[in-house]
Ligand binder design. Structure first.
Ligand SMILES: [Ca+2]
Length: 216
């Protein structure tokens, strides 16, 4: 089988590279970071600082908000999590600058503000997060949905967070395992991947670990 390059030229840098891939309803979603060039996030011709979407054969989906473009949403700083509730509502987790980490409700063609707006600040054409971390740092990476709630991996926060979009309440759900890179809910179980060996943690002899937690 001949290999095909689906999409080349996503900007990269030592940090801020997004990098989450997720398939929902037979379409591929890709998060990209600003690659340390914040204004790229506002340039819809630039693939940095975006959530991209494509068909599984690499072609443009029929319902893209911009013509001949993979850009599904823009104005992102460094999104690393993607998840969908059972009703199809789409969310993404995103690293803020030192604090003001975000969970965003993603709608096609919308501008999520970076670098012009952070936290609750918005203009007429930007969207504020459904929740942000204020002065705290979650350093959110992976995101997953179970029924009507979200679970989010926290690196610096060293926790798996539980977020209920209805009540907009966020709380630590699993702690004491260090840095958490990714989470996946499947069949009433939550799988949790630690990342204490990523150069920023304090690994013990058995890191890193894949944990399994029973969900109610
Ligand atoms: Ca934002």
């Amino acid at each position: 089988m001949k290999k095909k390059n689906f999409l080349l030229g996503i900007p990269g840098a030592p940090t801020h590279n997004g990098g989450r891939l997720a398939i929902f309803e037979d379409e591929l979603y890709v998060t990209t970071g600003d690659a340390e060039e914040p204004q790229s996030s506002q340039d819809v011709e630039n693939l940095a600082g975006k959530i991209l979407k494509m068909n599984l054969d690499g072609t443009f989906a029929d319902d893209m908000p911009m013509e001949d473009s993979y850009v599904w949403s823009y104005g992102h700083r460094n999104p690393q999590g993607l998840a969908w509730l059972e009703d199809g509502t789409m969310y993404s987790s995103e690293h803020g600058q030192t604090a003001l980490d975000e969970i965003n409700l993603i709608e096609p063609g919308e501008n999520y503000g970076w670098p012009d707006y952070e936290g609750d600040e918005t203009s007429d054409d930007t969207v504020a997060p459904v929740i942000h971390s204020g002065d705290n740092t979650w350093a959110p990476s992976g995101l997953t949905a179970h029924e009507d709630v979200l679970y989010m991996a926290g690196l610096r926060g060293e926790a798996v967070y539980h977020f209920d979009p209805d009540s907009e309440q966020l709380e630590a759900f699993v702690e004491d395992y260090g840095r958490i890179r990714d989470v996946l809910a499947d069949d009433n179980k939550l799988y949790i991947l630690t990342n204490n060996t990523d150069g920023r943690g304090n690994p013990d002899d058995t890191d890193d670990k894949l944990l399994e937690v029973e969900l109610e």
